[in-house]
Structure formats: structure tokens, C-alpha cells
Design a protein around this ligand. Structure first.
Ligand code: SF4
Length: 216
């Protein structure tokens, strides 16, 4: 193993991440969850969707995006010509925050290792962040209303930030923005395939700052 490879690179798997998540007690959310929600999708998924955290239905079923926001996500995926079974869907925190409150910085930090391992294992061509908490992983300090729907290259990883589908259920204008933004996914994926973005750990160390791509 070289210094640049993830710690678990040689014997890690999405299944072992999921198993660890289900038994995890690294933060206080473990005390209030019914079950953890590691995320799901095929190991060869080209697109990784990262949401915020499990809600009531997700906490009950152990599966991501199965409530009303999940149904809306299914609609958005279908509109973009994507099968849910072909993409990987997970969250920034894998356990439900009580009363669906925002995840706290300490909880996000405690859970980040699982998400990072999932990203390293999937090496997705495109990451779509849903909501401001996953957006902040790649664009700290940015405003989602300013950068949603704009494809960017972050150190060799293409990232397309979007609003959270739950916000689209609450506000018609956000729903419209989500429907517009999802239409960009096929174009973004085509760009990602053409560019054949190398995995982040193989990037040179002196990365240029994130750049807005001129595609859209
Ligand atoms: S939210 Fe993440 S870090 Fe916290 S208990 Fe659940 S899996 Fe572990």
C-alpha cells in the first residue's frame, strides 16, 4: 500500500462498510436510531448521490430515500433517464437525527470515514450532492442557491450540487430547480466519461482550485 491509498484499499468492500455502519456507535445518533442506513446500489455505479441523513421511513427500513423525498427522487431519476438500481445512494450521516434535526458537525465528522470509504470503493464518475450538508463536503462556505446545478471539477472528481428532494417537496420553486438540474445529469455523465477522470488519490498534490466547467 502506498501512502496515497486509502487505509482500507486492499481488503475493503462496500459490504464491510455496511456491516460496520450497522453496528457503529461512533456518535450519539447510534443511541436513538432504529437501524443505521449504510446506503445502497451496485459496486459499479457511475453516479453516487449523497443526501443528508435518514428520516423516519429510512430509519425503519434501513434503506435510503424510501419516504416521500425518495419517491420524488425516483421521479427525478426517471426524468433523467436513470434507473435507481444503477446508481448508488447514501447520506452524510448514516443514522437518523432525532426529529429530523440537522446533523451536527461532530456527527458528520464521526461518520465521514464511512462515506470516504464508499467513495474510494465506488470511484464514481459523477457525485451528485443533495442538500447543503453533502454540498459542504466539496464546497465549504458556498451557498446552495448560488451553485446548484453547476458541474464542477474538485481535484479530479466531478461534482454536481443539487437541492435536497425534501426541500423540493416544501417549495415549488425548489422543485422546479431540481427538475431542471436533474436534466443536466446525462450531460454531466457524458462529460465525465469523456474526461475519464482519474481517482482522486492519483491526482497530483498541487491541485488547482475547483473550476466551474463551461459545459452548461
Ligand atoms: S451516524 Fe455514522 S458515526 Fe454516528 S453512529 Fe451512525 S454510522 Fe456511526
Amino acid at each position: 500500500m502506498t501512502a496515497q491509498e486509502p487505509q482500507h484499499a486492499h481488503n475493503d468492500s462496500l459490504e464491510s462498510v455496511a456491516t460496520e455502519v450497522r453496528g457503529c456507535v461512533r456518535c450519539a445518533l447510534s443511541q436513538t436510531r432504529t437501524q443505521a442506513v449504510p446506503g445502497e446500489g451496485p459496486a459499479d455505479a457511475e453516479i453516487l448521490f449523497i443526501g443528508e441523513g435518514p428520516g423516519l421511513n429510512e430509519d425503519r427500513t434501513g434503506r435510503p430515500f424510501v419516504g416521500a423525498a425518495g419517491q420524488f427522487l425516483d421521479e427525478l431519476l426517471a426524468q433523467a433517464g436513470l434507473q435507481r438500481s444503477a446508481v448508488f445512494i447514501t447520506n452524510v450521516v448514516k443514522c437518523r437525527p432525532p426529529e429530523n434535526r440537522d446533523p451536527e458537525p461532530g456527527e458528520i465528522a464521526a461518520c465521514a470515514g464511512y462515506l470516504d470509504r464508499q467513495i474510494a470503493l465506488l470511484q464514481p464518475k459523477l457525485i451528485v450532492t443533495l442538500g447543503r450538508f453533502s454540498m459542504a463536503k466539496y464546497f465549504p462556505g458556498e451557498s446552495i442557491s448560488r451553485i446548484h446545478g453547476k458541474l464542477r471539477n474538485v481535484g479530479g472528481q466531478l461534482v454536481l450540487p443539487m437541492f435536497h428532494p425534501a426541500a423540493g417537496l416544501r417549495r415549488p420553486e425548489t422543485r422546479t430547480a431540481l427538475m431542471q438540474d436533474f436534466k443536466q445529469i446525462p450531460l454531466a455523465l457524458a462529460a465525465a466519461r469523456k474526461q475519464q477522470v482519474p481517482p482522486p488519490e492519483k491526482q497530483p498534490e498541487d491541485e488547482p482550485p475547483p473550476q466551474q466547467m463551461t459545459l452548461f
